[in-house]
Design a protein around this ligand. Structure first.
Ligand code: SF4
Ligand code: FES
Length: 265
């Protein structure tokens, strides 16, 4: 991707997009022109312009995921020129703007590619495997919703800050797409660390981390081999220190299991 910004006028870009009609259909790259794009268009608005043109021509628009378009929901997901979310630091695809490109640029667009994320159509993948991790191990068995519950147990400021840093994860799956092993360790590490840092989550910490590790293996995710591509691609700046925390929590759980102080779920 060019880092040279266009400051005026409109641009015409060449889009080379992965098109795939369905999960079991063959996919291929197709080339389109994105015309009349201003530097102020967001990346998704640029796709909207291309899709308007395709619809006018009676063609199938490019399917892509999106919802909030504000960088908070985690729905937008495409690999731009080989980098999930396009490679701008701490930026989701919906918050990437066309001022990062220049007239005549060629842009390759692909879906997240990972064994755990089968393609549904074009740039849309099924990220339900991340939901399964949350169902298995992303919860606590106590009331946390109301203000009285929230205030019932004091939480130290460092623990609250640490948990909030982990809770920034929006579940987009870019870490999985960036990882050469298709591992979900950054996502899982953030969730395990967030809950293990808080008193409400500490009681079930061994069961949780054991269930999380098992769920990752059962849902098609690979193993972490310390490439750190996940941290580089994460639009929320989730640190690999949370992967280290998951590993420490898991080692503790193994010891506790050996001594019979907890039973895996
Ligand atoms: S850790 Fe980062 S890249 Fe992975 S799902 Fe969470 S926000 Fe997305
Ligand atoms: S559309 Fe919600 S984070 Fe991009």
């Amino acid at each position: 991707m060019s880092t040279q910004a266009s400051t005026h006028g409109t641009m015409t870009l060449k889009l080379i997009v992965w098109r795939q009609k369905g999960p079991n259909e063959p996919g291929r790259f197709e080339t389109y022109e994105a015309k009349n794009i201003t530097p102020h268009h967001s990346f998704l608005e640029m796709l909207d312009v291309v899709n308007e043109d395709l619809i006018k021509q009676g063609k199938d628009p490019i399917a892509f995921d999106h919802d909030c378009r504000e960088g908070i929901c985690g729905m937008c997901s495409a690999v731009v020129n080989g980098v999930p979310h396009g490679g701008q630091k701490r930026t989701t695809l919906c918050q990437l703007h066309m001022r990062k490109f220049k007239d005549g640029d060629a842009i390759y667009l692909e879906p997240w590619r990972a064994r755990a994320f089968p393609i549904i159509k074009d740039l849309i993948v099924d990220r339900g495997a991340l939901d399964k991790l949350i169902q298995e191990a992303g919860w606590v068995s106590c009331h946390t919703g109301g203000v009285p519950d929230g205030n019932a147990i004091p939480v130290s400021k460092p623990a609250a800050d640490y948990a909030m840093d982990a809770a920034e994860c929006i579940g987009c799956g870019a870490c999985v797409a960036a990882c050469p092993n298709g591992a979900a360790m950054l996502f899982a590490g953030a969730k395990v660390s967030q809950l293990a840092a808080l008193p409400q989550g500490q009681v079930e910490a061994p069961e949780r981390v054991a269930a999380m590790v098992q769920a990752m293996a059962q849902n098609g995710f690979g193993n972490c081999s310390n490439h750190y591509e996940c941290e580089a691609a994460c639009p929320k700046g989730i640190s690999v220190k949370f992967i280290a925390r998951l590993n420490r929590e898991f080692a503790r759980a193994l010891v506790k299991e050996k001594t019979g102080s907890f039973t895996p779920r």
